[in-house]
Design a protein around this ligand. Structure first.
Ligand SMILES: Cc1cc2nc3c(=O)[nH]c(=O)nc-3n(C[C@H](O)[C@H](O)[C@H](O)COP(=O)(O)O)c2cc1C
Length: 316
């Protein structure tokens, strides 16, 4: 058994074992290589590259990023090189990193989700899939599947049958009852849920009387959303039996620990990577220090402790 000087940071997400609970979030860490000057990427618990689709996508018209108080609005629109170019140009580098590689993917139709998950099944070097049903910045696909519980159930069931990989379903916060969406994903066969994606949002330039984003609407992320994301993780943890991966505004280790206490078995860092590219490494170190200072032998002893012991709720 490890001593409290070297706490055990490893976590399990279904069949997946991560060396620590810190994952870098899709769309905020490029394809890994962009960050290798800043930190040792092998330290990370897992990497989730930018979401991929079957065919290349151009994304939305510029401007596509706008800074707000305590957050960022983006309307990238899922720009990506498509599966074949990803395999040729991005995957070889990602496979060399000694960490868990989880592929984030999405489709415009149910058939595209199914097709993509089948093709990803045969690729060596991939440990799991994160299925994005929650992007607020695209017209088709994405969020449409993530805001209707029956559609979520149907889509997840179909994808479940077409892949052997551990399947994480990434939920949208743009719903009335996120726990209901999480249960639909669980019933459809998801191995885990991750939440939250960005919140649908708007910013207006008052001089030009025009939107700040080319797409008008974007997704809000960063510290501004943290308390809402944390509340959603807390609700979902109480609603499902499968593991919950938490994210939304995590900037430092203390934020990550809040999500873990609420019930997240792992956390993702998104917008913080754009502010400080070393955030992932710093959060791992900060969690380690917290465990040492509090004489906790394993991160597993922290997962959901707040919710289970002190702050659970009676759901109506
Ligand atoms: C610029 C940008 C691009 C993103 N692209 C994706 C994406 O391709 N797929 C996805 O599932 N989420 C994407 N996201 C959402 C993040 O992965 C994350 O869910 C969200 O930003 C909330 O976490 P944060 O507050 O730590 O950033 C993107 C976020 C940002 C800011």
């Amino acid at each position: 058994m490890k001593s409290s000087c070297h706490p055990d940071l490893s976590v399990r997400i279904g069949k997946l074992r991560l060396k620590n609970p810190v994952i870098v979030a899709s769309g905020t860490f490029g394809y890994g290589q962009e960050f290798d000057n800043f930190m040792d990427l092998n330290q990370l618990g897992a990497i989730i590259p930018k979401g991929i689709s079957l065919n290349p996508m151009q994304g939305n018209p510029p401007p596509r990023i706008f800074e707000t108080n305590g957050g960022v609005l983006n309307s990238i629109g899922l720009q990506n090189p498509g599966l074949q170019n990803f395999i040729k140009e991005k995957l070889p580098y990602l496979k060399k990193i000694k960490t868990t590689l989880i592929i984030n993917f999405f489709g415009k139709t149910q058939q595209e989700y199914v097709e993509l998950s089948k093709r990803l099944d045969d690729l060596p070097g991939i440990s799991g899939l994160e299925m994005n049903i929650s992007c607020p910045n695209v017209q088709q696909g994405g969020i449409i599947f993530g805001t209707d519980p029956r559609m979520t159930y149907r889509l997840v069931s179909r994808v479940r049958k077409s892949t052997q990989h551990p399947l994480i379903v990434k939920l949208s916060p743009n719903v009335t009852d996120i726990a209901l969406m999480a249960r639909s994903a669980e019933e459809g066969g998801a191995d885990a849920v991750s939440l939250v994606n960005t919140f649908k949002a708007l910013a207006i330039n008052i001089q030009l009387k025009k939107p700040e984003l080319g797409n008008i609407i974007g997704g809000l992320s960063g510290p501004a959303i943290k308390p809402i994301a944390l509340r959603m993780v807390w609700e979902v943890f109480q609603a499902v039996k499968i593991p919950v991966i938490g994210m939304g505004g995590i900037m430092k280790a203390e934020d990550a620990i809040e999500f873990i206490l609420a019930g997240a078995c792992a956390i993702q860092i998104g917008t913080a990577n754009l502010v400080n590219p070393k955030t992932g490494a710093e959060v791992i170190e900060g969690i380690n220090q917290y465990l040492v200072q509090n004489k906790i032998k394993s991160i597993k002893h922290l997962i959901g402790v707040f919710t289970k012991e002190k702050g659970g709720m009676q759901r109506a």
